[in-house]
Every structure is written in C-alpha cells, then in structure tokens.
Design a protein. Structure first.
Length: 95
C-alpha cells in the first residue's frame, strides 16, 4: 500500500502455456513482456512447478483460458488438474 491508501500491488496476467517441466498445459503467471526482433516475448512462471522461463506470445494456448480456477490451496490451476502442492499433501495424507 502507498501512503495515500492506494494498492500498489502489480496486476499480473495469467495465460496457459505448455510447461517444459510439468510436460502439460498449465496456467502461467506473466511477469513481464519484451520484444525481440519484432517478436513479442513473455517472462512467465508456471503456477504448478514454479519454473520460470521466457516464451513466445504465440505459444499461448488460448482455448483453455476460461478453465483457469483457484485451487483450495490458493494457487491457480486448470479445473481438471491437481496442483503440485495438493498432490503432495494427498500422498502424505495431510489434505
């Protein structure tokens, strides 16, 4: 919060990309965007495994954007997938 009471938390965008580490389509948090040789790029972080990387904007999987939901643990996920945290908690019997 700033001194005048305004929320200064940056607004981040979510987009669906195929994660290299998870090997499936997952919601990614877009932290920043760049342009290289007239090619737009995003700096993204997977919401499942927290792997960060730079991707091309045209690699975005738009057909699954409406399926992004918040998990009970607070992370974003696609509605038909378990997030990594919940999967590990289920394996340990603590969820």
């Amino acid at each position: 919060m700033s001194e005048d009471g305004q929320d200064t938390t940056p607004e981040f965008k979510l987009a669906v990309f195929k994660c290299n580490k998870c090997a499936s389509n997952r919601p990614h948090l877009v932290l920043d965007n760049y342009e290289y040789d007239n090619n737009p790029l995003y700096l993204v972080v997977c919401q499942n495994c927290e792997n960060g990387r730079i991707v091309q904007v045209n690699d975005q999987i738009g057909r699954e954007m409406g399926k992004i939901v918040r998990c009970q643990c607070g992370k974003y996920k696609l509605e038909n997938q378990l997030c990594e945290i919940c999967r590990k908690l289920d394996e340990r019997g603590k969820h």
